[in-house]
Design a protein around this ligand. Structure first.
Ligand code: WA2
Length: 279
C-alpha cells in the first residue's frame, strides 16, 4: 500500500540519520577523551617539572603526531593562567606581550566598549603558550579577552569537566567550537567545591573543532551520502538554533531529528536529515 511505502521511507531516513548521528557522536567522544589525556600530559611535563619539559616545538610535534586520535579537531592549544602581578615577569620570560583577542570592541557585542574602558587592567589572563602548528597564530592572545573563550574557561575550571562553546567565528575567520579542559596544579577531589577548583586551576587546554570541514569529511565516508541532506544545530537556545553544518534546511516533507550528546549538559545539539529527492 501507499502508506506502507511512506512508512518504509520514514524508517530508512531514521536509520540513516541515526547512523550518522552515532558516528559523529562517537568521533566526538574519542576526540574529547584524547583532549583530556593531553591536559594530563601538559600537567605532568609542564607544570610538574622545573624547568618545564615542554616547549612550543615539542608540543606542536606531539599534537601533530597524535592528531589521528582526535578526528574532529583541527587543532589544539594550551593557555596558561597568569595573574596581573605575574604579568611583567611572564612577558619578559616569554619575550612577547599578552594581546587582547579582538581589537574592535564591536565584536564583543554592544555596550562592552564602555565597560572595557572602566574595567582597567584585568586581574588575570590566559595567554596561549602552546599550539598545534595550524593555530600557532593564537600564541600570546589572552583567551579570557574573548566572550566565548572566556565563558568556556570559567565553566571548565569550576566544573572540572570538558565544556563546549556555542559555534562562533574563530580568529582565523572560520566557524568553530572549542572544547576546554582545565588543568589543575594538583587534581582536586571529585567532590571539590567550585571555589577550590578555581583556585587550583593553572591553565586551560582547548581542542578546536572545525565543524564544517570535519563533519563534511566524516559524512563523505558513508555510502549513500548523496541521497540525504544533513544539518547539525546547536539548539541550546530552543528559539534560536545555531547552524553548525549544512545549508538550506528548507522545504516541507519528511525529516528525521536525531539527538547528539556532546557530554556537556549545558549544550544541546540536533541532527536533522531529509531526503534529497522526493519519492
Ligand atoms: N583557539 C584558536 N582560535 C581561536 C580561539 C581559540 N581558543 N578562540 C578564537 N579563535 C586555549 O579554552 C582554552 C582556544 C582556547 C583554549
Amino acid at each position: 500500500s501507499n502508506s506502507g511505502a511512506v512508512e518504509k521511507r520514514r524508517d530508512s531516513l531514521a536509520s540513516m540519520c541515526d547512523e550518522r548521528a552515532r558516528m559523529l557522536q562517537d568521533q566526538f567522544n574519542v576526540s574529547m577523551n584524547h583532549l583530556q589525556a593531553l591536559a594530563i600530559l601538559v600537567n605532568t611535563f609542564h607544570h610538574s617539572q622545573t624547568p618545564s619539559a615542554i616547549t612550543q616545538a615539542t608540543f606542536a610535534r606531539y599534537a601533530e603526531r597524535t592528531a589521528f586520535e582526535r578526528p574532529l579537531t583541527s587543532g589544539v592549544a594550551y593557555a596558561v593562567r597568569v595573574t596581573h602581578a605575574e604579568r611583567d615577569q611572564f612577558e619578559r620570560q616569554q619575550g612577547w606581550s599578552i594581546k587582547k583577542m579582538y581589537s574592535s570592541p564591536s565584536s564583543q557585542g554592544p555596550g562592552d566598549a564602555a565597560v572595557a574602558e572602566i574595567r582597567g587592567p584585568a586581574d588575570e589572563y590566559a595567554p596561549v603558550i602552546f599550539a598545534q602548528d595550524a593555530y600557532k597564530n593564537v600564541i600570546s592572545f589572552d583567551m579570557l579577552s574573548g566572550a566565548d573563550d572566556r565563558e568556556n574557561i570559567i565553566r571548565a575550571r569550576e566544573s572540572g569537566k570538558g565544556v563546549l562553546t556555542a559555534p562562533f567565528q574563530l580568529l582565523n575567520g572560520r566557524l568553530g567550537v572549542i572544547l576546554t579542559y582545565s588543568v589543575y596544579k594538583s587534581e582536586p577531589p571529585a567532590n571539590a567545591r567550585p571555589q577550590e577548583r578555581i583556585q587550583a586551576a593553572v591553565g586551560y587546554l582547548g581542542g578546536i573543532f572545525d565543524i564544517e570541514a570535519l563533519v563534511d569529511k566524516l559524512l563523505h565516508q558513508l555510502a549513500g551520502k548523496q541521497s540525504i541532506m544533513v544539518n547539525v544545530y546547536d539548539t541550546t537556545t530552543k528559539e534560536k538554533p545555531i547552524s553548525m553544518y549544512g545549508s538550506n534546511d528548507t522545504g516541507g516533507g519528511m525529516y528525521h531529528n536525531s539527538t547528539l550528546n556532546s557530554g556537556d549538559p549545558s549544550r544541546r545539539h540536533e541532527m536533522h536529515c531529509r531526503f534529497m529527492q522526493k519519492p
